[in-house]
Design a protein around this ligand. Sequence first.
Ligand SMILES: C[S@@+](CC[C@H](N)C(=O)[O-])C[C@H]1O[C@@H](n2cnc3c(N)ncnc32)[C@H](O)[C@@H]1O
Length: 242
Amino acid sequence: MSAGLSVRDVDVRELMDDPHADERMLARTYGRFAFVNALVSRPGLIYRRDIRPRAVAAARPLRILDIGTGGGDLCRFLAGRLRHEGLAAEITALDVDERAIRWAVAHDRGAGVTYRAALSTALVDAGETFDVVLSNHVLHHLDERDLQTVLDDSRRLLAPGGLAAHHDIARGRLPYALFSAATWPLSRNLLAESFIRVDGLLSIRRSFTVAELAAIAPRGWQVRGGAPFRIELRWEADGARS
Ligand SMILES: C[S@@+](CC[C@H](N)C(=O)[O-])C[C@H]1O[C@@H](n2cnc3c(N)ncnc32)[C@H](O)[C@@H]1O
């Protein structure tokens, strides 16, 4: 890896996290997450592998929590697929940033997702439980303490037999170069006046490698790599591993 990517660059901050970030650019960023996630986050695989089988088997609506939902597109995608197949679910989209939740509420478009501006600890304190706890592109945002808190909370929030799966991009020269090349031509049109390109590159610099995440993962969590340059930190009850 190049000098800049051989270690996590935890000192860089994504522009969207700035409380004074330009509101119009922030809104366009939330609005473009669906496009980026469709390309890199494999929401269809998450649905087929982790959501659909549980929704089919559940005797009641499947309870899903997305931590750090941003614009909420993963939740709306899952809600749409579940509804299309006649499968019942209650989906909660959580973000610590009220600006994200305001944007997501305004763009729910009938998906029926519940949006909440809170930390996962508030849900633990309230005694809430879920069958599946997810996140996408959140791990790299967190400092060491917040990461451990989110992982502890994820487990505490799981109903018996539940699954926690935190998805992110893996750091590396190739994903950095590919993201840079792919987003460059879009930076004057589709991604113009958004933080997607700059923050995406900063995110990769802050992200983990599989080995780094495995080294700090608490006991019982599994780290998996996947294409394209994906990383997943996963916890599921013994006997329910897939
Ligand atoms: C890069 S965005 C990812 C948004 C979305 N999950 C996606 O994949 O497009 C990271 C989001 O995580 C949120 N976030 C960061 N730390 C958080 C925490 N401790 N609890 C909840 N949300 C958090 C940020 O506010 C931001 O909206």
